[in-house]
Design a protein. Structure first.
Length: 611
């Protein structure tokens, strides 16, 4: 950029006054004016102090381009480069840096750090790393600000391990990391669900006699809470209290939320009180976390009081707050209160979301108000919410529970007609409904429909369908489904693990089928890991089952038990194996008795000591 003529004259006069004494050395009109480095720097500072950044850039550009070249010193460039970086004019800063190098002015550590920051802020992290690697070429070493700039950029991009490599280099060759180095890394580690690393970095800070800041502790505490590691978070919180380190609203909110998730509502209330006593004002997220925790554990009236209190403090509940309370009211069957709360949301200008409406649909279905639920559902469709598959599933579940399978099936047809895609829950709901009313053939056919839709049946699907088939005596299909489960989950242990992950409780039918799978896999010389657990589970379920089902379950246990016992390693084990072999020889009698329709399990031919 060129200066206007009057500005050129102004700067020339300024340089003359700063660097030339007319009485001693009057300048020749033809000779160029070459101010001293200090006077040039003073002029640059004056321009920048007056907000004339563009003029400072133009002055530097003219100084390096006007013949004969007498470039300004490095500090003058650094002042202008810093001003450009602060005003986020990164491309111009990089262009000026190139002009600086071409004119023979060597960059120093400040120049290179500014250039790194420009590349980092423009998202050119690899170029920033290249500049970092050029420090040696320019015969200077990066300082802690240079390293922190690169570490911060890596952390911002989620490249925590690259940032740690920079930290390792600092440990080995310098410069010494400072509290900002560690705070940046701790914040990134805890924010990416790696609070163990955050805690390790805090320990490292203490080891080199750096005092972790309150922000570092709060980051670690919030990270532990986010990961659900409440034991560790409580220990860290106790340590912070002992050291006199004050938590912030984020860490306290995380602690309250985590305690509520664990069901430790009283502890969460104590933390809330401590937070208030420290002068830290809970925000809307804090209150929502507490209200959600109260609702999740059945304290609906306390949740309503807390919501009224936050309104009294001038904090307006948001849609998440209202939905938590409304959902719990629906679970408790207090649908009329939930509807009033929905009206209140409208009066406050808060628009319900899909979760709000689905909670209300579920509540109406549970109290048998299916007609009102259907009306609400149609109203939602008019507002653009009704096509949500969760809403369909909720309404479908309500129809299935009271045996209205025609209406439930029509909803499935409607999903298809609208071009939406049913999910596994949709089919599981329908299969359960048809099994309840004894239409197991229709339920069984839905399994094929799932495959055509590209959906994979899960343990709940098989468990529900097998239970329905057992009730109508269709044992052939039960065994066929058991074999399908074997192919899907590889082995019986994986089925149990899958059920545990989905919080599905194994029942008698599941245990019976698992025993069937175990007999197959142990016959293939696969080592049984949970066979005894399955056998014990089935024994318990036999006692709970209906009399007609007890016979089938006992048969499963009796028939497959020998495959679950490890090979004998001693004489005593050998005698046990002999007893089981005796049981095996009696299987044919038991099968004959089952086929003939034995009356009650007490009449089964199962005498002997093994049972």
């Amino acid at each position: 950029m060129l200066l206007l003529p009057w500005r050129r004259a102004h700067h020339a006069v300024a340089f003359n006054r700063l660097s030339v004494d007319p009485s001693r050395n009057p300048p020749s009109p033809a000779a160029p004016v070459h101010p001293s480095p200090s006077s040039f720097e003073s002029c640059i500072k004056s321009l920048l102090g007056s907000g004339m950044l563009d003029d400072a850039v133009a002055l530097l550009t003219e100084s390096v381009s006007a013949p004969p070249s007498n470039p300004p010193p490095t500090p003058s460039f650094n002042l202008v480069l810093s001003g450009l970086a602060k005003s986020r004019r990164f491309d111009l800063a990089i262009s000026l840096y190139r002009s600086m190098c071409q004119s023979g002015v060597p960059p120093d550590v400040v120049t290179l750090t500014i250039l790194m920051n420009c590349h980092c802020e423009s998202g050119r992290l690899d170029l920033a790393r290249q500049v970092f690697d050029q420090f040696g070429f320019w015969k200077c070493s990066p300082n802690v600000v240079s390293c922190n700039t690169l570490i911060k950029a890596y952390c911002k991009k989620g490249r925590i391990f690259d940032a740690l490599r920079v930290l390792n280099a600092m440990r080995e060759t310098g410069p010494r990391p400072n509290d900002r180095t560690y705070s940046t890394l701790i914040d990134s580690a805890c924010g990416s669900s790696n609070s163990s690393l955050g805690l390790r970095l805090i320990g490292e800070m203490l080891g080199i006699e750096l005092v972790p800041s309150a922000a570092a502790y709060n980051c670690a505490l919030a990270g532990l809470c986010k990961e659900g590691r409440m034991k560790g978070s409580r220990i860290l919180y106790a340590r912070m209290t002992k050291l006199g380190i004050k938590g912030n609203v984020v860490s306290f909110t995380g602690l309250i939320s985590g305690l509520c998730r664990e069901g430790k509502i009283e502890e969460a209330r104590i933390v809330y009180i401590e937070m208030s006593e420290m002068g830290i004002c809970p925000n809307i997220i804090t209150y929502t976390a507490l209200i959600h925790g109260l609702c999740s554990h059945g304290h609906i009236d306390d949740a309503k009081k807390t919501m009224r209190y936050m309104v009294h403090l001038g904090l307006a509940p948001n849609v998440v707050t209202y939905t938590a309370v409304l959902g719990e009211l629906c679970k408790k069957g207090r649908v009329e209160e939930a509807l009033r709360l929905l009206d209140e949301m409208g009066q406050q200008g808060i628009y319900p979301n899909e979760v709000t409406y689905c909670s209300l649909l579920d509540g109406l279905c549970k109290v048998g108000k299916l007609e009102e639920a259907m009306q609400l559902f149609r109203r939602l469709q008019g507002q653009g919410f009704g096509d949500n598959i969760v809403a369909y599933n909720t309404l479908m579940s309500g129809f299935c529970k009271i045996g209205f399978m025609h209406e439930a099936s029509r909803l499935l047809e409607e999903i298809m007609q609208k071009g939406s895609k049913p999910d596994v829950i949709t089919y599981n709901t329908l299969i359960d409904g048809f099994c309840r009313v004894g239409k197991t053939e229709t339920a069984y056919n839905l399994l094929s429909d799932m495959e055509r839709q590209g959906l994979r049946a899960n343990v709940v699907t098989y468990n529900t369908l097998m239970a329905g088939l057992v009730k109508v005596g269709d044992l052939v299909r039960v065994l066929h489904l058991a074999e399908e489960m074997a192919g899907m989950f590889q082995d019986a242990e994986n089925i149990l693990h899958h059920m545990e992950d989905n919080e599905t409780e194994p029942d008698a039918i599941t245990y019976s089928c698992l025993l069937h799978l175990y007999s197959y896999f142990v016959g293939m010389k696969r080592k049984p890991a949970r066979g005894e657990e399955i056998a014990r589970g089935l024994q318990i379920e036999i006692g709970r089952a209906a009399p007609d089902l007890q016979v089938l379950l006992f048969f499963s246990l009796f028939f497959f038990l020998p495959w679950l016992i490890p090979r004998p390693k001693s004489a005593a084990d050998g005698r046990n194996r002999s007893l089981l072999s005796d049981n095996g020889r009696r299987r044919s009698k038991l099968i004959d008795w089952l086929i003939s329709g034995g009356n009650g399990i007490e009449t089964a031919p199962i005498g002997g000591t093994a049972w």
